[in-house]
Design a binder for this molecule. Structure first.
Ligand SMILES: [Zn+2]
Length: 94
């Protein structure tokens, strides 16, 4: 997560602002936080940053959420792939 994006997020519990908590690892070239935490300055809610992304949804909820999405929108996946192949050929290869 780039440090400059900090003010783009508000706390999911109280809409307070976040500050960076402990930074476990950071990319020195891009100044992206790879592993660390966001902490709400109002209520103290903690959001882990894992593999460069703040994780606002508990990890156990990701699988069920994506499972629902994949089963609900399964018919759109083929078209999505074709659209991206078309985009690649028509725009990026010119
Ligand atoms: Zn909060």
């Amino acid at each position: 997560m780039h440090r400059r994006f900090l003010d783009k997020f508000v706390c999911h519990k109280c809409e307070g602002s976040y500050q960076f908590g402990p930074v476990v690892s950071e990319d020195n070239a891009t100044h992206e936080i790879i592993e660390g935490e966001l902490i709400c300055t109002s209520c103290g809610a903690v959001v882990p940053i894992i593999r460069r992304l703040p994780r606002f949804v508990p990890s156990e909820s990701y699988a069920s959420s994506f499972g629902f999405q994949w089963s609900r929108f399964a018919c759109f996946r083929v078209g999505w792939i074709e659209d991206h192949i078309t985009l690649y050929h028509e725009v990026l290869l010119r």
